[in-house]
Design a protein around this ligand. Structure first.
Ligand SMILES: Cc1cc2nc3c(=O)[nH]c(=O)nc-3n(C[C@H](O)[C@H](O)[C@H](O)COP(=O)(O)OP(=O)(O)OC[C@H]3O[C@@H](n4cnc5c(N)ncnc54)[C@H](O)[C@@H]3O)c2cc1C
Length: 375
């Protein structure tokens, strides 16, 4: 017989814990199922150099600030420690080792199946992260490449490639921080950038987190916010075309709204590009035994390739009826709000100009209110 519970939360990282705290505050009953053995599993797996790109003031979850003595941009291990503290502070006890392999709507609610149990619930909050599955593109010749190929989620640090050329594919925040890490480890990194980009400084003139501007301007139409931000970007970042990048024809706020993609929050990559410490190239056409050929015909010898090519939510892997609540790319149509399936909520699925962790805090509160109102 399935275990019966009012609300089931799937995932015990930022979104799952924040939602649980919101339900607890309202005196509602819930259980949390977490596939791994720890909270914040996704943060523990990330690379050594990782720090939050969003300031701690805008990254703390509801009900618990990050410690005052921590830096403005906490390190990966501090984020993990914070999630542990958050769990303890709100007295949350996830069921660990409970990977949900199937989640389906039944007449009387939701049925979640894990390898060892079944759970029945009136409401279910899917807090499994927008970054659940690494995206690994393929190119002709990749199988014949003799060097190492790893996804950015498997990258720890550049120590193994001191003095050696490494290609990082992509221009997201992981790609650019891992390229910096490779410079700092004495490697010779190159970036393969297929598409046009937007770059904003993480801190405006080294002082104000750009996220604070994003928070102030998030209610403006994206094109208006872009027009207001443009003079600041021009002065602080300069013309990205001068380092061989192509500029998107629209600004960072439109990019987030239209493409659901975060622009680069620059923490030093642009300086390395300008100084030639990081090489810049276009899209990849094919791999050879010892390197790559780019679409413009240029070739490059490299010993390793880091695929910083992003992630996807991968909800179809366990959620029956995904097509009724997600678009053709598998992205939920609603996050932090009721969905087309009664009792189903997603938390933390949308990127936001005000930061994902901040958005998760807001969504978790809203979900808790909806569930409370439905009782
Ligand atoms: C490299 C990197 C840097 C980032 N930096 C920032 C930043 O600076 N600021 C910011 O605001 N955001 C940042 N983000 C976004 C970040 O992912 C979120 O802020 C936050 O971690 C998302 O929390 P989450 O709980 O939604 O998902 P996750 O942290 O991904 O947690 C999902 C949890 O669900 C569990 N799970 C998954 N599938 C199942 C299943 N089927 N059954 C049971 N459990 C399951 C996982 O084990 C995991 O514990 C970053 C993301 C990445 C990848």
């Amino acid at each position: 017989m399935p275990e019966r519970v009012d609300t089931l939360i799937i995932g015990a990282s930022a979104a799952g814990l924040a939602t649980a705290a919101g339900l607890r505050e309202r005196g509602l009953r819930f259980e949390i199922l977490e596939g791994s053995e720890v909270v914040g599993a996704s943060w523990r797996r990330q690379y050594d150099r990782l720090h939050l790109h969003t300031p701690k003031s805008a990254s703390a979850l509801p009900g618990l600030d990050m410690p005052a003595q921590w830096p403005r941009y906490p390190a990966r291990d501090q984020v993990v420690e914070y999630l542990e503290r958050y769990r303890a502070h709100h007295r949350l006890e996830p069921h660990f080792g409970q990977q949900v392999t199937r989640l389906e709507r039944r007449d009387d609610g939701w049925l979640a199946t894990t390898p060892s149990a079944q759970w029945q619930a009136g409401s279910v909050v899917v807090a499994t992260g927008a970054n659940r599955q690494p995206v690994r593109p393929s190119w002709p010749g990749l199988d014949s490449f003799r060097g190492q190929v790893l996804h950015s989620s498997e990258y720890r640090n550049g120590a193994a490639w001191r003095g050696r050329p490494v290609l990082v594919v992509g221009f997201g925040n992981s790609a650019c921080e891992q390229a910096i890490d490779l410079v700092e480890c004495g490697s010779h990194p190159h970036l393969a950038v297929r598409s046009a980009v937007n770059v904003v400084p993480r801190d405006v003139f080294g002082l104000v987190p750009v996220l604070q501007l994003g928070i102030v301007m998030q209610h403006l139409p994206p094109a208006v916010a872009d027009a207001l931000a443009w003079p600041m970007i021009r002065v602080t970042v300069g013309d990205v075309r001068k380092v061989g990048l192509a500029k998107l024809p629209y600004g960072p706020n439109t990019q987030i709204a239209r493409d659901r993609r975060i622009p680069l929050l620059d923490i030093g990559t642009m300086d390395h590009l300008r100084a030639g410490r990081i090489g810049i190239h276009g899209g990849i056409e094919r791999f050879t035994a010892d390197g790559v050929v780019f679409t413009d015909g240029e070739s490059l010898t490299v010993e390793a390739v880091v695929l910083a090519t992003g992630y996807r939510a991968g909800l179809e892997e366990f959620l029956v009826d995904t097509a009724r609540v997600c678009d053709e790319r598998g992205v939920p149509q609603a996050s932090g709000r009721p969905t087309a399936l009664p009792g189903l909520f997603f938390c933390g699925q949308f990127v936001s100009p005000a930061g994902m962790l901040r958005e998760i805090g807001i969504e978790s509160r809203r979900i808790a209110s909806h569930i409370a109102a439905g009782r």
